[in-house]
Write a protein that binds this ligand. Structure first.
Ligand SMILES: [Fe+2]
Ligand SMILES: [Fe+2]
Length: 385
């Protein structure tokens, strides 16, 4: 995990930050326009990944299993073909004890559920933008949140699944941009937790990129990590490069440190659990506010630091339904190992760590995805207790 030095960002951000009290909530606005992050040489990365992709032949790619063939039949144009599907590596820390999990029904579990109810559920609001898309608003109470971060608003995007020849995803994204441009909702930070594309980098067409650019123009502090679908086509660096050009910065396995009104805010990007190389943050300060952005909650395992306040993830599209203890609708599908209970949108993983699993913006053809709630985007406002 690399620390991205944003000392200059600190000096830019803090003096320009202003705070106004409104209806008991402290509002923060910081009109930062320039973000200078270490430049990754995406061109050489792309060349390297292209060589690897070319070297792959059908001979090296295992045939799709029966369940994947069934998924292809059900998901139609959304399903990747065999050539674009990377081999899944062994999960990182698979053999290690999972720290973020307690026994169902245990005292710890009941205590955390009470804390969760107390801190998040009452503040949920939903804005339907269309039959396809909603905006979910939450006020997230954090125990140790310093006053300057009170009221910080995060636009959380995930699982957009742009797809070449299908215009629904970018049209729905344009509704989100309309909502934010025309409304009075202030956004301080945009975090995108992966699955930008569906099958190949060509899914990111000019229309799709234009919608993302509209968002980063509303809030220039926009960061992203890769999802499993971003590895389809074997060229994730192309996704990063194209997103960089529209203002979204790749923080896969990077640590971003912002200082707002003198209060530090750490954002740890963790790569995808299945096809990426997820690296837990090496040094997390328990005295500071720490947010982890990752695509799949399965990346949080083993000896992952517990001093995290909020984990934002996606991947399941709120499609995973718990039927019985240990039996989940998506379990046999192979989408999630469910190490950290993906079946809930909000959960307390430790006494300190709140976790949110995003519904995604895409509505898949598979009926159980989006069955319980429409897809959409989430807006989280951090609130001090
Ligand atoms: Fe997804
Ligand atoms: Fe995914």
């Amino acid at each position: 995990m690399h620390l991205v030095d944003t000392a200059h960002l600190t000096s830019l951000l803090s003096p320009k930050s202003s705070h106004t009290a409104s209806q008991g909530v402290l509002k923060i606005s910081h009109p930062l326009k320039d973000i200078s992050l270490p430049r990754v040489d995406f061109n050489s990365l792309i060349a390297e990944q292209r060589d690897k992709a070319r070297a792959l032949t059908r001979r090296h790619i295992p045939p799709l299993s029966l369940k994947h063939r069934l998924a292809s039949a059900l998901e139609g144009p959304w399903a990747p073909d065999a050539r674009d599907l990377p081999a899944r590596h062994e999960p990182v820390g698979a053999g290690a004890k999972v720290s973020f999990r307690d026994e169902p029904g245990s005292q710890e579990s009941i205590h955390r559920r009470r804390m969760l109810k107390d801190s998040i559920c009452r503040s949920e609001r939903v804005w339907p933008l269309s039959h396809w898309t909603s905006v979910y608003e939450y006020q997230v109470m954090l125990d140790r949140l310093p006053l300057p971060l009170h009221g910080l608003t995060i636009l959380h995007l995930s699982d957009i699944h742009f797809l070449k020849s299908v215009d629904r995803p970018w049209k729905e994204m344009s509704r989100v941009a309309d909502f934010l441009e025309k409304g009075d909702q202030r956004i301080d930070l945009i975090l995108l937790s992966g699955d930008v594309i569906t099958k190949t980098p060509e899914d990111l067409c000019a229309h799709s990129l234009r919608q993302l650019k509209r968002l980063s123009e509303i809030c220039p502090q926009a960061f992203m990590v890769h999802g499993n679908h971003d590895y389809h086509g074997h060229l994730p660096a192309i996704i990063s490069k194209q997103l960089e050009e529209v203002g979204f910065h790749d923080i896969n396995n990077h640590h971003i440190r912002l200082t707002i009104g003198g209060a530090p805010l750490n954002i740890f990007g963790v790569d995808d659990a299945y096809f990426g190389n997820p690296t837990p943050p090496s040094a997390v300060s328990s005295d500071e506010t720490n947010i982890v952005l990752t695509h799949n909650l399965d990346a949080i395992r083993g000896d992952f630091p517990k001093e995290v306040d909020l984990i934002l993830s996606g991947h399941t599209h709120w499609g995973e339904i718990k039927l019985l203890d240990g039996v989940r609708f998506m379990g046999w599908w192979g989408y999630a190992d469910n190490l950290n209970r993906h079946t809930k949108h909000w959960d307390m993983l430790t006494d300190r760590t709140r976790s949110y699993v995003h519904p995604g913006l895409a509505r898949y053809y598979v009926p159980f995805r989006g069955l319980r709630h429409p897809p959409g985007v989430a807006i989280h406002t951090l609130v001090a207790r």
